[in-house]
Design a protein around this ligand. Structure first.
Ligand code: ATP
Length: 325
């Protein structure tokens, strides 16, 4: 069976890290047909639009989408793609691949992906500007249910809801209430909830207390970068956007214009995103194999990029991992 993969490299280091992931995928005894599509700042300069209709079509028709990064046009590209593909969940695993350095941190952020402030609905008013924070019962219950099912499937015993319901009583209050309503269907799973500001601290003081975090769109975005900081940086955190019909897989980091074009970007986050894509496609054995090799390579610390203590380029690191498979 061959899988049709839409590949959107995008801007900055996006195309570099996506190429690296494809180098690794191509070593598997699995057939992939890649369809390359454009999006991002460069695409906007060239075509006048950051996300052409053709790219949306290619993404919708693929079995999965592998995405790199978008720069200044990120809101018009990745936020829109998530909406077009109706990927209601954004999974962001925060896992230490170097336990001797960062401890045994291992939790999953289950981020609601379709509403809240992050969708960027803003408006200029007479005296300033307004951003809409829309929270619905349906999306809140759906994401809570996903988090509990995820906990069940992965043998995790606790789900933590993160919100700011003491101040945003109506919107975040609804999110919190939805969480506890859904929790009734999962009596075997422990629950608790924290305010987002407290969570920002607990992630640093007690990171091992977290197993699954379920939260709204904006808090999920911020906490996952904090999570990256706990386990070695943005080069290490993959993500999966999943809906009923589509899956889009991308590193948590952005286009990193400061290091773009130098061939030094850490490809780990994108290779791990490709592993999440393999899981989604039902090829979990291959996903675990790549992860195992990648972790060994990172722990060995030689055939790796600068941020991981080595001197390898993005391409060299990917080729080395591919050889080890
Ligand atoms: P964008 O606006 O596209 O999000 P950014 O620079 O604001 O770009 P990131 O791309 O997430 O945000 O990068 C933040 C920092 O992390 C930068 O200093 C960048 O060099 C570093 N970084 C991000 N990804 C990687 C990577 N794969 N390897 C090494 N460093 C990275």
């Amino acid at each position: 069976m061959a899988y049709n993969i839409a590949v959107i490299g995008g801007d900055g280091i996006g195309p570099e890290v996506v190429d690296a992931a494809i180098t690794v995928l191509d070593k598997l005894p699995v057939e992939f047909n890649y369809t390359y599509a454009e999006a991002g700042d460069e695409c906007a300069e060239k075509t006048g639009v950051p996300l052409p209709d053709e790219t949306i079509e290619i993404a919708k028709n693929a079995d999965a989408v592998l995405f790199g990064a978008a720069g200044e046009t990120a809101a018009a590209v990745i936020v829109r793609l998530r909406q077009e593909l109706e990927t209601f969940v954004n999974l962001r695993p925060v896992k230490s691949l170097q336990p001797e350095k960062y401890g045994n941190i291992d939790f999953m952020i289950v981020r609601e992906n379709t509403e809240d402030l992050y969708i960027g609905e803003e408006e200029v008013t007479e005296d300033g500007a307004v951003a809409y924070k829309r929270i619905t019962k349906n999306a809140s219950e759906k994401i809570a249910d996903y988090a509990f099912k995820y906990a069940q499937d992965t043998n995790r015993s606790k789900v933590t809801a993160v919100h700011k319901a003491n101040v945003l009583k109506v919107t975040d209050g609804l999110f919190k209430d939805s969480f506890y309503k859904v929790a009734e269907n999962y009596p075997e799973i422990e629950t608790n909830d924290f305010y987002v500001d407290a969570t920002a601290m607990y992630l640093i003081t007690n990171p091992l207390d977290f197993e699954v975090i379920v939260t709204t769109n904006l808090y999920g975005d911020i906490l996952s970068d904090e999570g990256a900081g706990l386990v070695g940086g943005l080069g290490m955190i993959p993500s999966a956007n999943i809906g009923d019909e589509n899956g889009l897989f991308e590193p948590v980091h952005g286009s990193a214009p400061d290091i773009a074009g130098q061939g030094i970007a850490d490809p780990a986050a994108t290779i791990l995103s490709a592993c999440m894509m393999l899981d989604y496609l039902g090829e979990s054995e291959h996903a675990r194999h790549i992860e195992e090799v990648l972790i060994n390579v990172i722990q060995e610390g030689v055939h790796v990029t600068l941020d991981l203590g080595g001197e390898y380029s993005t391409k060299q690191m990917a080729e080395y991992i591919a050889e080890q498979l």
